[in-house]
Design a protein around this ligand. Structure first.
Ligand SMILES: Cc1cc2nc3c(=O)[nH]c(=O)nc-3n(C[C@H](O)[C@H](O)[C@H](O)COP(=O)(O)O)c2cc1C
Length: 321
């Protein structure tokens, strides 16, 4: 399938919920939540894109590094690239029912695995979100990372147990989801949890725990102390709080404080392999990509996801050369 065709189909299926803009920068969909945009003025989504656009890469042309190695070791599993598919769900709530939720999750997980990457799956107000994601990850021999909202501790741990039984690669928690409106509306408030609760909870599983939604040095240091194995520097794609800085703007100080003590991942506004290189240069080990992956999953299924991941991987190699 051609990328052009994939985008054409996606645009048709989204029926305006996502415009499939030539540049996915949060401007056309600002404030569209539920929807695919950023919350409020949309400034936090835009800040992600803009903070990355402000970073420039310069040329180094006299060197002998002719065969860049972009493989990544994810707690013992070898991935073909340091680029992952972000957790992004809610076809009915956010994405205009462009696709059946189960088929969509299957496309995200299968496409990620096919490209030698991996996919984070979701949790949400309806248990179906977690269940469907876990089911596809199980079908792919645990090749994925379920994301669990910081719900009540017992509920959280029971989902951890189910994920463990599926042999998943790690578990993430989108701890920035504490203010997310869908959970509260459904009577299932999530988080925030104090440090001691994280420390105790993390100690109950052998799986690596990744805290997603870290934007400050203080929280990154607390994640290290609590025993988390990784963090995702993220503002949830600008969907939880208006007027935050962009992730590329805060990443360097976070990396300076905790690099080597914890794995540092980042997301927000990554739109090419060149953007991936910028994030790696700013201190991340790997990146997650959100909206662009949802678009190609809707337009091209697993093939769309795999094609886009491979396109970013090729751009990353080219930029490194
Ligand atoms: C429609 C939509 C739904 C999302 N749902 C979740 C979610 O359930 N859990 C989560 O951790 N992040 C969720 N995110 C955030 C993404 O995982 C990711 O942090 C963000 O989209 C990255 O920014 P990007 O889209 O600019 O690449 C969602 C984002 C969007 C746009």
């Amino acid at each position: 399938m051609e990328m052009k065709e994939i985008y054409r189909i996606a645009k048709e299926r989204f029926k305006g919920v996502c415009r499939v803009c030539p540049v996915c920068n949060g401007r056309a969909c600002a404030g569209e939540m539920p929807g695919i945009g950023g919350i409020g003025t949309g400034s936090s989504f835009m800040a992600n894109f803009d903070s990355l656009a402000r970073i420039k890469l310069n040329l180094r042309t006299i060197h002998g590094a002719s065969d860049p190695d972009i493989a990544y070791d994810f707690w013992g599993r070898r991935l073909q690239m340091p680029i992952f598919v972000a957790p992004l769900a809610g076809m009915a709530i956010n994405l205009g029912n462009a696709m059946d939720e189960g088929e969509y999750l299957a496309a995200m997980v299968a496409g990620g695995k096919e490209a030698g990457s991996l996919t984070f799956t979701c949790d949400g107000p309806n248990p179906m979100f977690f269940d469907l994601g876990l089911e596809v990850v199980r079908k792919h021999q645990g090749w994925g990372v379920p994301t669990i909202k910081p719900r009540q501790q017992e509920a959280f741990l029971s989902l951890v147990k189910r994920a463990e039984d599926c042999g998943v690669m790690a578990i993430a928690s989108d701890i920035d989801a504490a203010g997310i409106i869908h959970m509260r509306r459904a009577g299932q408030p999530a988080g925030p949890w104090p440090f001691q609760v994280w420390e105790k909870t993390i100690s109950q599983t052998k799986l690596p725990i990744i805290l997603k939604g870290i934007m400050t040095v203080q929280d990154a240091q607390l994640a290290v102390l609590a025993g988390a194995a990784g963090i995702v520097v993220s503002n949830h794609g600008g969907r939880v709080l208006d007027h935050t800085p962009g992730t590329a703007a805060v990443l360097p100080e976070i990396a300076a404080a905790v690099k080597g003590k914890i794995k540092i991942f980042v997301d927000g506004g990554v739109r090419s392999g060149t953007d991936v290189l910028k994030m790696l240069a700013l201190g991340a080990e790997a990146v997650l990509v959100g909206r662009p992956m949802a678009v190609v999953a809707v337009g091209g299924g697993p093939e769309g996801v795999s094609l886009l991941l491979n396109q970013y991987a090729e751009q990353l190699r080219t930029a490194m050369l």
